[in-house]
Design a protein around this ligand. Structure first.
Ligand code: NIG
Ligand code: FE
Length: 413
């Protein structure tokens, strides 16, 4: 998408209403299909031969034989931040670990400095430019976390930008408060006091302003302990907010089982997830969010327990984890490829991972992630023959058209 974020007007895009013909649904790629859209919602979808007469009216959109998937969902991102951290990339190439970079004053805290210095408008502009790449590839819903402000004012600034991005681009945004992402330098040695501030001041205020859809914590030795994580979860629960967790990324802290006890929407990263964590997630219906971009960037070698998650029936989602430190990636399709190549997901698992299961990781399962009558029209037309091509090509964006929130956001079928 080529756009000036301030001049762009989503509501001036053409409506997708009418009948989308000559398409194939990814679930039945051999069969000619049709999708009827009315008032911005899917009115009917199925085999073209079964199309009810009442939906054969209205404008036609010729799909050119495209394969159609639901709009993609990027269910874990840190899209709003100031600056970039290519210098740390170089340090890691020279042998430093993520934890060593963090201890040397780099890492998340470096992005906190840059984010605090940036104005809300500057953050909006830089995040809008990044968002454009994801939208261009068919993303129709996205989670955006705070966590680079770490004061009430700066966390508010990030979350406001997340909300503004949703309004400006007609993309469904779930805003997640990640105040407990790292200990800000001004609280050095006083993490308990900082967690008090997160729980008693920041979260209630931001929630009251309508800026929080879910609450996340980075539970790790270089971040917050299990007990501190639980305090944040209790504060979220008291406000009726769902929780999720950066869990067992670098070590097994037992965070996943804790999160499951709080009915977490998702546990994310989970390279070091234990069998007990898997059982707890399964029982709670918690989604396992796999982040191959961070695994790849950190040159991790400890694979998440994919086979055990599969055997237990834990739904697996796949996301970019876009952030300036561990996953400066702006392609969900590339994550699909890596989820298959590095984590050995099957193609249908990976596709579910960026659609139905990603929707569930955001609590959006009733409205997103499927092509079904009654849902808002979010779908992507792909110039490919078979679904496996979506994971097979990389560095290639075979998008033919994108329908987002009932409007034709890309392509003119
Ligand atoms: O999801 N793990 C913690 N948070 C981010 C990294 C953030 C950063 O390094 O800036 C992640 O990988
Ligand atoms: Fe993350």
């Amino acid at each position: 998408m080529n756009m000036n974020p301030h001049a762009f007007d989503f509501n001036s895009l053409p409506l997708a209403d009418g009948l989308w013909t000559d398409v194939r649904l990814h679930t039945q790629p051999q069969q000619p299909a049709a999708i009827a859209v009315q008032g911005g919602r899917i009115a009917w979808a199925g085999p073209a031969a079964d199309l009810p007469a009442q939906h054969a009216q209205g404008p036609r959109h010729a799909g050119g034989g495209a394969l159609v998937t639901p709009g993609l969902i990027d269910c874990h991102t840190h899209l709003v931040y100031g600056g970039q951290r290519a210098g740390e990339f170089a340090m890691r190439l020279a042998g430093a670990s993520y934890a060593e970079v963090a201890r040397a004053g780099g890492g998340i805290v470096a992005s906190v400095r840059a984010t605090r210095e940036a104005s809300e408008d500057a953050l909006f502009d830089s995040a809008a430019a990044r968002l454009a790449g994801l939208l261009d590839e068919g993303v129709c819903a996205i989670e955006i976390k705070s966590g680079y402000g770490l004061t009430l004012a700066h966390e508010r600034k990030q979350l406001r930008v997340a909300r503004r991005l949703g309004q400006a681009f007609g993309v469904t945004v779930r805003a997640t408060f990640l105040g407990a992402h790292a200990l800000p330098p001004e609280y050095a040695g006083r993490s308990g006091d900082y967690i008090d501030h997160v729980c008693h001041d920041m979260l209630p205020a931001l929630h009251a302003e309508g800026l929080v859809d879910a609450v996340d914590v980075f539970c790790e030795h270089i971040a917050f302990s299990l007990a501190e994580t639980e305090r944040v979860f209790q504060a979220a629960q008291a406000l009726g907010l769902p929780v999720k967790l950066h869990a067992e990324q670098l070590s097994n802290m037992g965070g996943a089982a804790l999160a499951a006890r709080y009915g977490a929407l998702s546990c994310d990263h989970i390279e070091h997830l234990s069998p007990e964590g898997i059982v707890a997630m399964r029982a709670a219906g918690t989604v396992a969010v796999l982040l191959p971009g961070a695994y790849y960037t950190l040159r991790d070698t400890h694979l998440p327990p994919i086979e055990a998650l599969r055997a237990a029936g834990v739904p697996m989602a796949v996301s970019t984890d876009h952030n300036p430190g561990t996953s400066p990636c702006l392609s969900l399709l590339l994550m699909l490829n890596m989820a298959c190549t590095l984590f050995r997901l099957t193609v249908p698992e990976a596709l579910d991972g960026v659609t139905t299961h990603a929707a569930r990781a955001l609590g959006l399962q009733d409205t997103h992630g499927r092509i079904a009558a009654g849902l808002p029209a979010n779908f992507v037309l792909w110039a490919v023959q078979e679904p496996a091509e979506l994971a097979y090509w990389f560095g290639q964006r075979p998008v033919r058209a994108v329908v987002r929130q009932g409007r034709i956001a890309k392509g003119a079928a």
